[in-house]
Write a protein that binds this ligand. Structure first.
Ligand code: DP6
Length: 333
């Protein structure tokens, strides 16, 4: 049985995608910019089954045993498989197994990593390169817009045309340009109760949403420049403003969405304090209570030593900027 296995990382948005202009096609209201991670990955193994049988969709539990995927995961994968099959005109039934190295559905971009891994694995299975130019658009059509960014490594903007808000993702700079660390404080490993999708749909009901959209192009340009110039102070200022603004929009939407927990705020406050003491550190938060603490490699050990003293954090994941999806020689079955 010929198997293809791919690992694809999650990513952390520095400028957040929040709100859609086309729900059917997962097209955003604003351009976003993220850093692809290294250790938070989804792995996916895929192999052809004989004609006439149904697809087998499996989930690898921590003991490395494979169990049938739960109905939500199965539905999501089957829907995306239909898109991939039509695009690559490849119709044979498949066995697919997948797993994550980090908590699923807790706001650490597990859908982005998972759909990116499946998209890349399917393309490679059909004989294409893992750098096929259609992969970002295909990953986005899974319904997880942030998946469009996970097919690339380093610092990634989506869509590439920030004015027309169209096109696939593009890399702004590779990970080695600025190998920032991301200390992820997992405040809550449980599945979040309000999905990003609900957040996207509610965003425009916030009275502050249009102001946000007006100001974002300038923030994106400034952040892109800060990354290219490795200007941490500017990055820190922009990234924290952006994170707070996203959650302010969520909290003032109809119905209001509150992702933060007390520990979320405690980490933010401590990070600001450490920065005022001269350390290169800032924080951002996607749609969940978990905090991504971004810092330079040289300051990372000292910052972690301080932050781990805080209470209310279930676990830490020490991650950094990464290179994007890669083919694996080890398979899940
Ligand atoms: C706050 O619709 O891409 O993380 O499908 O759950 O992965 P999932 O989310 P998606 O929205 C992402 C929202 C965000 C910001 C971002 O990643 O840009």
């Amino acid at each position: 049985m010929k198997r293809i296995s791919v690992s694809s990382p999650a990513n952390i948005a520095l400028i957040k995608y929040w709100g859609m202009r086309d729900v059917q096609n997962t097209l955003p209201n604003n351009a976003s910019l993220s850093m692809t991670l290294n250790r938070c990955v989804s792995r996916c193994t895929l192999a052809t089954l004989q004609r006439g049988v149904s697809d087998e969709i499996l989930w690898q539990v921590s003991s490395s045993a494979l169990i049938p995927a739960d109905p939500t995961l199965r539905q999501g994968i089957e829907r995306h498989l239909q898109t991939l099959r039509e695009h690559f005109d490849h119709w044979q039934p498949l066995r697919i197994a997948t797993t994550n190295s980090f908590p699923t559905g807790a706001g650490i971009a597990s859908s982005a990593a998972g759909f990116s891994a499946l998209t890349v694995a399917f393309a490679v299975h059909c004989g294409h390169s893992p750098q096929h130019p259609d992969l970002s658009d295909l990953a986005r059509r899974s319904g997880s817009g942030s998946a469009a960014r996970s097919v690339l490594g380093g610092f990634v903007q989506w869509p590439c045309d920030a004015l027309l808000l169209s096109g696939p993702a593009r890399q702004i700079a590779p990970a080695h340009h600025w190998p920032l660390h991301d200390l992820i404080a997992v405040v809550d490993t449980r599945r979040k109760t309000v999905s990003s999708r609900q957040g996207h749909l509610a965003a425009a009901s916030s009275p502050f949403y249009l102001t946000r959209l007006d100001r974002l192009p300038e923030r994106l340009d400034n952040l892109r420049r800060a990354i290219l110039e490795r200007d941490f102070d500017t990055l820190a200022d922009l990234v924290e403003r952006e994170a707070v603004e996203l959650h302010m929009i969520a909290m003032t939407s109809q119905p209001p969405i509150f992702y933060w927990q007390p520990a979320t705020l405690a980490i933010l406050a401590r990070v600001r304090q450490l920065r005022s003491e001269g350390l290169e550190v800032c924080a951002t938060i996607d749609a969940g209570p978990n905090v991504h603490v971004l810092c330079t490699a040289q300051d990372s050990p000292g910052i972690f030593a301080e932050l781990r003293k805080l209470h209310g954090i279930e676990r830490w994941i020490l991650d950094r900027a990464g290179d994007g999806p890669r083919l694996l020689h080890e398979h899940l079955f």
